[in-house]
Design a protein. Structure first.
Length: 81
């Protein structure tokens, strides 16, 4: 099963949301989920990525796929070529 995250630019009650997100992702991993996909735009995506990285230290077999979600995210990469 693949889990995808779609979120908001701004996250309010950051600590509370992080705790809930951590617990829910952990539950999904323990129920067999191993593949996680998320974007690169906004605080929620960054929060989800940080939680997944924390959990990957415990559950080393999970896979994290980051999808570039906007052209403005690609521009700096293209300029480096």
């Amino acid at each position: 099963m693949k889990i995808c995250f779609i979120g908001h630019r701004n996250v309010y009650n950051y600590k509370d949301i992080k705790t809930k997100l951590y617990n829910e992702i952990k539950k999904q991993i323990e129920n067999g989920s191993k593949f996680f996909t998320l974007g690169t735009h906004g605080e929620f995506d960054k929060l989800a990525l940080s939680v997944l990285r924390e959990l990957r230290e415990i559950y080393t077999d999970i896979e994290i796929e980051v999808v570039i979600t906007s052209f403005c995210e690609i521009k700096p990469i293209l300029r480096q070529r």
